[in-house]
Write a protein that binds this ligand. Structure first.
Ligand SMILES: Cc1ncc(C[n+]2csc(CCOP(=O)(O)OP(=O)(O)O)c2C)c(N)n1
Length: 275
C-alpha cells in the first residue's frame, strides 16, 4: 500500500473514532471500548477493500460485513455515515426513540448494515450462511465478519468454525477483535481462550495474527486471505480496547461507559493533538 493511501486510511480511522466518541457522548453512555478497537479495520474495509455503493445498500454483488459483536454498532455507524450511507446528523440519534441507529446493529433499520447482531455468536453463523448462499448463487462477493474474543467464549462460534471449514468457505475473511477484554473483565479470567491461533488452525481455518491497529499489516493479511482458495480465513487482530479514547483506553471498566458531550469533546481534542 502506498504512503498516501495509508495516511488517508489512518485519517479515516481517526475520523471514525472521533465520530464515535461524539455519538456516544451525545447519548450519554454506550459501548465505547469495543467500538474504538475496531476503527482501523472498519476504515480499511469501507474505504479500501469492500465493494459497496452507499447509493445502493443492497446491491447484489456487494461485499458484506457482519459485525457479530453487534454492540460495536456506534463505530459501524460512524464508518457508514462517513462513507455516505446516511447523513452524519443521524449519529446524534443513537439509541434514542425512533432512531435508525439502535445500540446493536439491525439490518432492517440501518442502510448499509448487512446483518442484525447482538446475541453473541449468532452473527458469525449468519455470516457463514450468507457466504454459502453467495457461493450457491455463483456470486463473487466476499463476506467479512468481525467477532469478539469475549464472544469467542460462545459455543456457537466454534460450531461456525467447524461449519466454515467443512464447507470450505474460502469467500470468508473473519477477524477476531482480540482486545483481551470482555463485558466485565479480562477474557483470561472469565473463560480463557488459551492458544487462540492454534485453535483456529486446528479447526481448519487459514489463520494469521496481526496488530489490529496497523492498517498496512491488516491489509497485507487480507490480501493473503484472498489468495487462499480452499478454506475460510481468520485474522486475529491484536487490539487495545478503547484505543484512541483517552479516558477509556487501557482501563478495565471500559466496555460501556457513561460520559457527556463535554468529556467527549475533550477526548476528541486529545486525539487530534496526538499526532
Ligand atoms: C449470547 C450473549 N450473551 C451475553 C451477552 C452480553 N454481552 C454483551 S457484550 C459482552 C462481552 C463481549 O466481549 P467481546 O466479544 O470481547 O467484545 P468487546 O470486548 O470487543 O466489546 C457480553 C457478555 C450477549 N450480548 N449475548
Amino acid at each position: 500500500m502506498d504512503k498516501e493511501k495509508l495516511a488517508y486510511l489512518n485519517g479515516q480511522a481517526k475520523e471514525i473514532r472521533k465520530l464515535t466518541i461524539e455519538e456516544i457522548g451525545t447519548l450519554g453512555s454506550g459501548h465505547i471500548g469495543g467500538s474504538m478497537s475496531i476503527a482501523d479495520v472498519l476504515a480499511l474495509l469501507y474505504f479500501h477493500r469492500m465493494k459497496v455503493d452507499p447509493a445502493q445498500p443492497r446491491l447484489k454483488d456487494r461485499d458484506q460485513l457482519v459485525v457479530s459483536k453487534g454492540h460495536a454498532g456506534p463505530a459501524v455507524y460512524s464508518a457508514l455515515a462517513l462513507k455516505g450511507f446516511f447523513p452524519k446528523d443521524w449519529l446524534k440519534t443513537l439509541n434514542q426513540g425512533g432512531t435508525k441507529l439502535p445500540s446493536h446493529c439491525d439490518r432492517n433499520l440501518t442502510p448499509g448494515i448487512d446483518m442484525t447482531a447482538g446475541s453473541l455468536g449468532q452473527g458469525f453463523s449468519a455470516a457463514l450462511g450468507i457466504a454459502l448462499g453467495l457461493r450457491i448463487d455463483k456470486n463473487p462477493a466476499r463476506v467479512y465478519t468481525i467477532i469478539g474474543d469475549g464472544e469467542s467464549d460462545e459455543g456457537q462460534i466454534w460450531e461456525g468454525a467447524l461449519f466454515g471449514a467443512a464447507q470450505r468457505l474460502a469467500n470468508v475473511t473473519a477477524f477476531t477483535d482480540f482486545n483481551k477484554q470482555q463485558l466485565d473483565g479480562y477474557v483470561k479470567d472469565i473463560l480463557d481462550l488459551g492458544d487462540l491461533k492454534a485453535k483456529w488452525l486446528a479447526f481448519g481455518w487459514y489463520t494469521q495474527e496481526v496488530d489490529g491497529h496497523d492498517i498496512e499489516a491488516l491489509d497485507a493479511a487480507i490480501e493473503k486471505s484472498l489468495a487462499c482458495k480452499d478454506k475460510p480465513s481468520m485474522i486475529i487482530m491484536n487490539t487495545i480496547k478503547g484505543k484512541g479514547c483517552n479516558f477509556a483506553e487501557g482501563i478495565e471498566k471500559n466496555h460501556s461507559m457513561a460520559f457527556d458531550l463535554a468529556k467527549a469533546r475533550e477526548a476528541i481534542a486529545a486525539l487530534d493533538a496526538a499526532d
